[in-house]
Design a protein around this ligand. Structure first.
Ligand code: FAD
Length: 343
């Protein structure tokens, strides 16, 4: 158990900080697995966030932040490290000016809510974020994006609490943004708000933005895993099949065969394309020597998504991902976060 653990609950009660005790991660995790968090702290305003961080820091208690748990696997068992979650901070404040729209978005707001908020105002540029199940905070940490929209496209600055609990700002250029990367992956800063500005030239009318959004929703439904619990993409890449061709000659040849037959099947036997994709996933599962006997496997739709076939064990998912990471090697870097060393 962590040092000073017994100080946490009395302090939270005394300070009326909303907390779920013995919170089952599996009830919120997009992979439907994970242990039990002794103290899942859900502050309702920035002042509470500051108070909590100051208390934890003063008492030398390590903490961890979770968003919508859509890109992270947390180990099984009891978790004594206090977890901070900003689900209750989910407002969007707008200010329209002659130049465009200023938005201050709380970190706990879902990316889908943000995307719909902007799209409903007839402003283009955020439609692609609609199906990403994470929070704005988690989205900025991962620099999330899809279908032509990226969370950082219209980002101006981020307000966060540093490791001493002080409110600070980062301008966009200070965030070291890259594909699925940001400065927040290397520290334990708590993102509180994100400030966006969308220029007036992006106003194209609601008919157009809604139509763009529904096309994206359709594509997502057809191409991405929908049936089984999953965490989106395992690796930060647009095409894992292509990346794997650099592994060795077998993967190189398999990739070109895969591409050739994808083209043929799509063009002449479109009805069978789903079955073809499933077969390709089976072939790659074998080539990558993945053990699917513990409830986890790759999605029928793509090799870049881990699915839960009914397992209750996060630890089995962690073993699966670690084995796959070894097999993929330098061909691509892991996007899903594994949290197995938390106390
Ligand atoms: C079905 C599905 C589809 C997906 N599709 C996409 C996609 O198209 N594009 C894409 O980019 N991603 C996609 N993802 C992955 C995931 O939604 C994103 O990575 C998202 O940004 C994670 O946000 P989260 O709130 O769930 O963060 P979590 O998974 O809870 O946490 C991720 C990291 O962010 C940190 N964090 C969370 N909130 C804060 C905060 N307020 N302050 C500081 N740190 C914080 C956590 O400590 C952790 O390190 C998909 C996932 C699923 C399940």
């Amino acid at each position: 158990m962590i040092a000073n653990y017994n100080l946490i609950r009395p302090w939270l009660t005394e300070n009326h900080i909303k907390t779920y005790y013995d919170f089952k991660i599996s009830s919120k995790s997009w992979l439907n697995v994970g242990g039990v968090i002794k103290n899942f702290i859900t502050p309702e305003n920035t002042e509470d966030c500051k108070k909590i961080l100051k208390f934890l820091i003063q008492n030398n208690i390590k903490f961890y932040i979770l968003g919508n748990i859509s890109n992270i696997i947390v180990r099984d068992g009891e978790i004594f490290t206090p977890i901070i979650n900003l689900n209750n901070l989910s407002n969007i404040i707008e200010n329209e000016t002659d130049e465009g729209l200023d938005l201050k978005v709380n970190a706990g707001t879902s990316m889908t809510k943000f995307s719909k908020f902007v799209t409903k105002r007839g402003i283009t540029g955020c439609e692609g974020l609609v199906g990403i199940p994470g929070s704005i905070g988690g989205g900025i940490v991962m620099n999330a994006g899809s279908y032509g929209s990226c969370i950082s496209d219209h980002l101006v600055s981020v307000e966060y609490l540093d490791t001493s609990g002080e409110l600070k700002f980062f301008k966009k250029k200070e965030l070291n943004l890259d594909f699925r990367k940001s400065i927040f992956q290397n520290n334990n800063y708590l993102i509180i708000n994100a400030n966006f500005f969308i220029h007036r030239k992006n106003y194209i009318g609601e008919d157009k933005t809604s139509s763009i959004m529904s096309k994206i929703v359709n594509i997502r439904t057809n191409t991405q895993e929908k049936k089984l619990p999953n965490l989106g993409s395992i690796f930060s890449t647009k095409n894992l099949y292509k990346d794997l061709k650099n592994k060795n000659i077998t993967f190189y040849l398999t990739y070109y065969l895969y591409k050739f037959f994808s083209f043929l099947t799509y063009k002449f036997y479109k009805k069978n394309f789903a079955n073809y994709r499933k077969l390709a996933v089976k072939v790659y599962t074998k080539l990558l020597k993945l053990d699917t006997s513990h409830g986890f496997s790759l999605s029928d739709k793509t090799i870049n998504s881990l699915v839960n076939n009914g397992s209750l064990k996060a630890d089995s998912a962690i073993v699966f991902l670690k084995e796959m990471k070894i097999q993929v090697g330098d061909c691509a870097s892991l996007e899903n976060i594994i949290l197995d060393d938390i106390d």
